[in-house]
Design a protein around this ligand. Structure first.
Ligand SMILES: [Fe+2]
Ligand SMILES: [Fe+2]
Length: 359
């Protein structure tokens, strides 16, 4: 099967990573124009054809909020507090704690890594904004066009709120990592509205909901918690759109199309996972005297690495793909081998917010 970024693959122990050097990341980041095939489709049916999407659109209208006015931007948020647990959620403070580094260094590293992660989410939100604009053109029913349009407004607000958060409270926006840039381009370039929906709404939204949820559940700063809660509520609707649309698509498509979608999903998640945060480690590692390759090698040697590594994927994206029939016996083994799938492939159940958006 085709792998993404084959030219940047190398072995660390028995694991194949994607590791892009800084010069090439710079080049990838500089590719601002992306050639996107887009089928625009008219419809003359203005009545509702897909009732659950129309209901989701109504929910979307009711759930609007204003990033400038509804957030208390004067509330404190600073680098002198532990707003996330010291270990287990972020890689750098976990490693530095294991190495016996002092409290202040670990806290500084936690802040830097969090800023990096939020910056990557910001760039992901921009991709979501662009792809939803595409979906408004390409989706065949008026219900889907309405829904996608309401998501365009949501994603613009997410770009706004996360950019303002980073500018006002953090002081830095880190540039996009090379792996993420290539993967987001893949989704933006996907040829049909079905693949675009699978890529953005199911895969990337699934991963993003996982990250937002893990931050929010563990976060002790009320300002950050409120901001993430608002974004996550919107994201739950987006994930519901992905599931509802993909369910129909899956029902109607051939075995061959199923295999294509299944392989597309695997290829994207495999490449994301193959980076093992090397893109982040190359940027922040040197400040803390850490060599990126050594950190990954150390993580890979932890006995329950697969369980730790799969946490994010098992949160939403893998269970959703499984429910859609897009992870089957045919591909389950590959996901396991790469530490993406661990335990029951159905996970622990659908995210409560996503479920609520579908009722
Ligand atoms: Fe978003
Ligand atoms: Fe979204």
């Amino acid at each position: 099967m085709e792998k993404i970024l084959p030219e940047y693959r190398r072995q660390i122990g028995s694991f194949e990573v994607v590791d892009i050097d800084e010069k090439q990341v710079e080049r990838l980041r500089g590719e601002l124009d992306v050639d996107v095939p887009l089928d625009l489709r008219w419809t003359w049916n203005y009545a509702s054809e897909v009732e659950e999407l129309r209901a989701l659109y109504e929910r979307g209208k009711r759930g609007q909020w204003n990033a400038e006015e509804d957030i208390d931007w004067s509330a404190p948020f600073g680098r002198d507090e532990w707003f996330l647990p010291r270990e287990n959620l972020l890689l750098l403070p976990t490693i530095l704690t294991m190495m016996g580094k002092d409290e202040a260094t670990c806290r500084e590293a936690a802040f830097d890594e969090f800023a990096f992660t939020m910056s990557q989410l910001l760039h992901g939100e921009q991709a979501a904004l662009q792809i939803c604009g595409q979906l408004t053109n390409a989706c065949p029913t008026m219900d889907a066009k309405f829904y996608a349009a309401s998501q365009v407004a949501d994603e613009a607000r997410h770009v706004e709120v996360i950019a303002k958060f980073l500018q006002r409270k953090v002081g830095t926006i880190y540039p996009i990592g090379g792996t993420l840039k290539v993967l987001l381009d893949r989704l933006l370039e996907a040829p049909t509205w079905k693949t675009k929906t699978l890529g953005m709404q199911t895969l990337f939204e699934g991963v993003a909901v996982g990250i937002f949820d893990m931050i929010q559940k563990n976060c002790s700063n009320p300002f950050l918690s409120d901001l993430i809660r608002r974004v996550k509520q919107d994201e739950a609707r987006h994930a519901a759109f992905g599931i509802l649309t993909m369910r129909r698509t899956v029902r109607e498509c051939s075995q061959e199309e199923m295999h294509e979608m299944e392989d597309f999903a695997y290829t994207i998640l495999e490449a994301l996972n193959a980076n093992q945060q090397l893109d982040m480690l190359h940027v922040l590692g040197p400040k803390y005297g850490l060599d990126a390759g050594n950190v990954v090698s150390m993580m890979l040697s932890i006995p329950d690495w697969a369980k730790l590594n799969s946490d994010l994927f098992m949160h939403t994206v893998v269970p959703n793909l499984t429910r859609l029939g897009l992870i089957t016996e045919r591909t389950e083994g590959r996901y396991r081998e790469r530490g993406i799938l661990f335990g029951d492939r159905f996970g622990s159940g659908i995210d409560a917010d996503v479920q609520a958006s579908m009722n």
